[in-house]
Design a binder for this molecule. Structure first.
Ligand code: SF4
Length: 369
């Protein structure tokens, strides 16, 4: 393709015009579309709306396992035989300590993840209490909750407590959904997002690439998230944990993963786009290139797998000339006294125990709420 094609992609995206479907498909599938100018076009859009900052998110599994649902990609699902550490809800003190840890590590957003189909009224009241306590102590720390399906009343209660974002991923297209989960539907997920929207909670919703979807399915999700004007979009790359119901990841290469990130940026120009779970495994040596379309990363791993070491991620951001959006400058976080002691011999990192989590570089992850 001529350079004018890529210039037009960036121009249309910045102007808020949706890409025609055939062109969007070509970005993923046509060898006429070169990766480097595509990344450059996506970067133009990223720079325009998101600057050169990278926001960092730290996940906290407030509860692991014990889930009634059968999402085939998830190590916590009822059909998974993955060897994960299951635990009921952590104590308030543990959760609060982890929020403090996230704040001190420079995270912009602290994500509390609760496994399960959806919270009871009592669980919603409990989460609301936690949000109030964390917000009172760390007002600049955004709080995101992932707790499954919500209705209007539950969404309103969380909003009233100070919830900034609700994470509820679409994960895959409506067409592909029954392949990966039968205990709830794509429509249930859309209904939760619209309930949160009615409660004026910002939305964090994304997808998992590599779970048997076609490029058309990826397009469906990207256009659906555009339609919902989702503010934060985690793009996960599936890493199957042994024992999960789904088989190996399908169709992912570093080149393809980067094209997916570019597509999401061009279709959702103002959104925070996160190169989320699986970036280490599937982007490999191309990982740093994800920062051109994406402006957000997870720090310190995922729900049931480790990610790259924090210092390596921060160093990558700094080496590529990006900055982190945080109260804590990256130089300070890299040079912080005591870092060497933060990863102890048993693998625990700060307050977030990684002891029983499989190493991403050896195995793979799974749960993406
Ligand atoms: S993704 Fe969430 S709802 Fe699905 S099995 Fe995992 S914890 Fe349960």
């Amino acid at each position: 393709m001529e350079q004018s094609f890529y210039n037009q992609l960036a121009g249309q995206s910045i102007a808020g015009e949706p890409l025609p479907r055939q062109i969007a498909l070509d970005l993923l599938t046509s060898d006429q579309v070169e990766l480097l100018p595509l990344l450059s076009a996506a970067f133009e859009v990223r720079k325009k709306f998101r600057g050169k900052e990278v926001s960092l998110h730290i996940l906290n599994n407030a509860q692991n396992g014990h889930c009634s649902e059968n999402c085939g990609y998830c190590a916590q699902g009822r059909t998974s035989r993955a060897d994960i550490e299951e635990y009921p809800l952590k104590s308030d003190a543990e959760i609060f300590a982890e929020a403090k840890n996230a704040h001190e590590k420079g995270a912009d957003c602290y994500c509390m993840v609760f496994s399960g189909r959806g919270p009871s009224a009592a669980r919603v009241a409990h989460i609301a209490r936690l949000i109030r306590q964390i917000k009172a102590k760390y007002p600049s720390l955004e709080i995101c909750v992932s707790a499954g399906l919500l209705d209007d009343g539950k969404a309103a209660a969380l909003k009233e407590a100070g919830l900034d974002r609700l994470n509820h991923n679409l994960n895959t297209s409506q067409r592909n959904y029954p392949r990966v989960c039968t205990t709830h539907s794509y429509a249930d997920r859309i209904n939760t997002l619209t309930a949160a929207r009615r409660a004026r909670i910002r939305l964090c919703s994304g997808m998992i690439a590599g779970i048997g979807e076609t490029p058309h399915d990826i397009l469906e999700v990207a256009y659906a998230l555009r339609e919902l004007a989702v503010e934060s979009i985690p793009v996960n790359f599936y890493i199957p944990i042994e024992g999960n119901a789904l088989g190996p990841a399908t169709g992912l290469s570093p080149d393809y993963c980067l094209r997916v990130l570019c597509l999401f940026r061009l279709l959702n120009p103002k959104a925070e786009i996160r190169a989320a779970a699986g970036r280490e495994l599937h982007l490999r040596s191309m990982q740093v290139m994800a920062l051109y379309p994406a402006d957000s990363l997870f720090l310190d791993g995922y729900l049931n797998t480790k990610g790259d070491d924090r210092r390596r991620t921060l160093q990558m951001i700094q080496d590529a000339g990006f900055t982190i959006s945080s109260d804590h400058p990256v130089e300070g976080l890299l040079g912080k006294e005591g870092d060497a002691r933060e990863v102890s011999p048993d693998g625990s990192v700060g307050q977030i125990s990684m002891k029983k989590l499989p190493d991403l570089r050896l195995f793979m992850p799974s749960a993406t709420p």
